[in-house]
Design a protein around this ligand. Structure first.
Ligand code: ADP
Length: 423
């Protein structure tokens, strides 16, 4: 093997999938690892994305985990490192974007890097150093009220400088628009001014594609998932269907859903309206001590051989509030996650090998319950949600196709469309 060129460190799980998906679409074969692997890479891929959960933990811990990921990626031969964070630059005054960036620079002896969360496909653009989410500045987008990482300033030079000891500057749109040579010249100028990290403007995919060649030689790139579209070309790779090729799918099909987002509610309804076999599980019965997972599996067993089944706790906002009022927000969430994870595991025992999971936290719980450590990224079902292929302990090490859909992703027909993409 030994062809790994790009090593990525993502600060959360669904963000890692988002980045992996962009790399695959730009021509790379990609594996996503859940946490830092304990063993060497055993897949023939161009990039690995190590998914951490380091976005909101203490900066020192985020640094330690990121450096651990870096060492593993270097041991696998990664030539360039990509530190991936959220396209809304989710961070606090303490970090962790700044401290992790500086620690990685130090470890890589890297004297200059870029920082840009721009992801135009997802309406995240950066202009004059200011981050826009859709048509408004970041601090007017709702992100100013985020419970963990309130973003009250859209000026990323200021935001990142507050988290860094190194000097932060800007490569603005007038430079980016002129392309590779102008960007390279601007980087030299910034370095001569003692600046070692630059926020980069980008308002379109063309900007990101122009940025690509200018950062080809940087040991470290820090960004949202958008910058990924310009990198595979640096390694001679271009979009191809081979990048997303997975082993042929077989086995039974099922969906489990613990997401209560508006989109997921529509997807559950759509699946039922098409005549799909679906079973709702009730958090209050879990709380009352009923073995809801066993009930669901007994329901699924005679059906799943004939058609895809859906087991869901998905409910509308009013019902969720009422359950949370009775059980507590965290307790209700954890209880439902445990039940759905047990159901996912039981479905795999029944022979399910094509599994869709809806919900970010729910996905984390299911991946853990199935004993999945690495996933090969395959074809996209809807923007941001690819099919993946993984060896699962729950399947005695056999391969399982799994799609992890976070919150508001996917069209109404997602639960039906997913299986047609694989077929
Ligand atoms: P999303 O990606 O839509 O945010 P998550 O899985 O991350 O979905 O989060 C949904 C949370 O809501 C999980 O903790 C889940 O266990 C919990 N949950 C799911 N169904 C219900 C329900 N009916 N009542 C209360 N909480 C629920």
């Amino acid at each position: 093997m030994g062809k790994l060129v790009l090593g990525c460190i993502a600060d959360d799980f669904t963000g890692a999938t988002d980045l992996a998906n962009n790399l695959v679409r730009a021509g790379m074969r990609v594996v996503q690892a859940i946490g830092v692997p304990a063993t060497p890479l055993d897949a023939d891929v161009d990039a690995v994305v190590v998914a951490l959960k380091s976005r909101t933990i203490a900066p020192a811990e985020a640094i330690a985990q990121s450096l651990d990921a870096l060492r593993w990626l270097q041991a696998q031969g990664a030539q360039q490192i990509y530190f991936k964070y959220c396209s809304t630059f989710d961070s606090t005054a303490q970090g962790n974007i700044g401290p992790v960036t500086e620690a990685l620079m130090e470890a890589l002896k890297c004297d200059f890097t870029i920082a840009t969360p721009a992801f135009p496909d997802n309406k995240r653009t950066v202009f004059k150093g200011y981050l826009f989410a859709g048509d408004v500045l970041l601090n007017e987008s709702g992100m100013q009220n985020h419970p963990l990482t309130p973003m009250t300033d859209a000026n990323l030079v200021r935001v990142l400088q507050a988290q860094c000891t190194r000097k932060v500057g800007l490569i603005d749109h007038t430079v980016v628009a002129r392309g590779d040579a102008a960007i390279t010249e601007r980087i030299a100028q910034l370095k001569s001014e003692g600046i070692s990290i630059a926020i980069v403007d980008a308002v379109s995919n063309d900007d990101l594609l122009r940025l690509g060649p200018a950062i080809a030689k940087m040991p470290l790139v820090t960004a949202g998932s958008g910058v990924a579209i310009g990198l595979p070309a640096n390694f001679g790779l271009s979009p191809s269907s081979q990048a997303s090729a997975l082993p042929a799918a077989s086995g039974l099909r099922a969906v489990v859903s613990g997401s209560c987002s508006l989109a997921t509610n529509r997807q559950v309804l759509d699946f039922i309206q098409r005549g799909g076999a679906a079973l709702a599980i009730d958090p209050l019965r879990i709380a009352a001590g009923v073995d809801v997972a066993a009930e669901a599996l007994a329901w699924a067993a005679p059906l799943v051989g004939k058609q895809p089944v859906l087991v869901y706790s998905t409910a509308e906002a009013g019902a969720v509030k009422s359950v949370q009022g009775k059980l507590g927000v965290e307790e209700a969430g954890a209880m439902v996650e445990r039940a759905i994870a047990a159901i996912a595991r039981g479905l795999v025992d029944l022979g399910v090998r094509q599994l869709v999971v809806a919900g970010g936290e729910t996905s984390g719980a299911c991946v853990q319950a199935l004993g999945i450590a690495q996933m090969q990224i395959g074809p996209q079902i809807d923007p941001g949600v690819p099919w993946c292929h993984a060896r699962a302990e729950a399947a005695q090490g056999a391969g399982v196709h799994i799609a992890l859909k976070s919150g508001n992703f996917g069209g109404d027909d997602f639960f039906t469309k997913a299986f047609t993409v694989l077929a």
